[in-house]
Design a protein around this ligand. Structure first.
Ligand code: SF4
Length: 369
């Protein structure tokens, strides 16, 4: 069995460590590229949301490298993600690929089915081994998210912000040749040390931007056109509302009750949206309120074209913008998104936020004198 899985931010690092720890052969899909997008767009329904197109591109590139089994997480929620495993299996079969997709769906009242699928995916019936390796994989995902977060904090205050990119680029290259949990954790630790050694300019006072929206678009750099890097180089410190470690904490380690962090988002969203609208639409609203209350300078909502839950959230965000006096920029991405126009919008937004910060500081000085 040669196992692969789609790219989704840092999740592939933990999945690789987990499966290798259990003695499986992993075929890592090449990092998402223009070719991945072209393959996915060519063979997927035109109006389907972007994550499925990238998934299909990832699978084809992995199958070309010898993969025969695909593992993905599933969802029973009211959004297209719930249909992904069935649609993807049908698409790949139509293309003549003989692969098996194992979908790790939430139990839906039948936990035994999920347990059987997990055993099949991990290629072992030893539950103790799976749980032990799962805990280690969770450590990887938490550490990898901390690493990304550290890079995002360093970039806007570094003397040379491109040094941060260089260190992270080397990390992503090295991870392909690093095997098993221990080696991966060591590499993450070494990279953190390197980032901490990057020289910073204490005069720089970055503006703070919260990134909210659809989870896949937030965490997969190819899909969001490296928004973290772009905003970092423009002098903004960013924080992502959704990360793979948050997701795992909420859906796996706090099952069936959910994590406190996510439930707090639902509470914050309640005055504007009190019910589940699929995907992470309710979390988008809750995070927007929380970031506004924490004094962030601005928010960027990002989601794929035709994403239903985020369209609902988008229609509510102007109320939060008005109530909390916080600028919110919405970016919609698909395979046609042009990088130049995208960057121009980010530059204009950052300029606006910097100007507002200056005006507020000037008002404060005038008020004191
Ligand atoms: S959340 Fe949006 S982009 Fe993601 S699967 Fe659902 S509809 Fe598609």
């Amino acid at each position: 069995m040669k196992i692969t899985f789609p790219h989704m931010g840092n999740t592939y690092i933990a999945a690789k460590g987990l499966l290798e720890d259990l003695g499986n052969e992993v075929v890592l899909a090449p990092r998402c590229s223009k070719r991945t997008l072209e393959l996915g767009t060519k063979y997927s329904p035109e109006s389907i949301c972007l994550p499925l197109k990238i998934n299909i591109g990832n699978y084809i590139e992995s199958i070309e490298k010898g993969a025969d089994t695909i593992i993905i997480t599933g969802s029973c929620g009211p959004c297209r993600f719930g249909f992904y495993p069935i649609m993807e299996q049908a698409l790949l079969n139509d293309l003549g690929y003989d692969v098996n997709i194992i979908s790790l769906d939430p139990p839906d009242g039948k936990p035994m089915i999920l347990i059987r699928r997990i055993m099949e995916a991990m290629n072992t019936s030893n539950l103790y081994k799976i749980i032990r390796s799962g805990r280690k994989a969770f450590k990887i995902i938490c550490d990898a998210d901390e690493l990304t977060d550290l890079a995002n904090k360093k970039r806007p205050i570094a003397v040379n912000s491109f040094q941060v990119d260089m260190i992270m680029e080397e990390f992503y290259k090295d991870i392909e040749y690093t095997h098993g949990v221990q080696e991966i954790l060591l590499l993450i630790e070494k990279t953190k040390t390197r980032l901490n050694e990057v020289e910073i300019d204490p005069e720089k006072k970055p503006i703070r931007i919260g990134i909210i929206g659809e989870i896949y678009t937030i965490i997969e750099p190819f899909v969001n056109l490296d928004i973290e890097k772009k905003l970092g180089h423009l002098g903004a410190e960013i924080e992502k509302a959704l990360t793979p470690s948050n997701w795992a904490r909420h859906y796996i380690f706090s099952f069936p009750f959910g994590s406190k962090e996510e439930k707090n988002k639902w509470k914050a969203a309640r005055p504007y949206l009190s019910t589940l609208v699929g995907g992470h639409g309710r979390e988008t609203i809750g995070s927007a309120v929380q970031y506004a209350q924490e004094g962030f300078d601005g928010l960027v909502q990002i989601f794929p074209l035709t994403c239903m839950p985020e369209i609902v959230a988008e229609s509510i965000l102007p109320a939060i913008q008005r109530d909390y006096n916080i600028p919110i920029l919405t970016l919609v991405v698909d395979e046609m998104t042009g990088e130049a126009g995208y960057l121009t919008r980010l530059e204009a937004f950052v300029d606006l936020l910097k100007r507002r910060r200056e005006d507020k500081n000037n008002e404060r000085i005038l008020f004191r004198s």
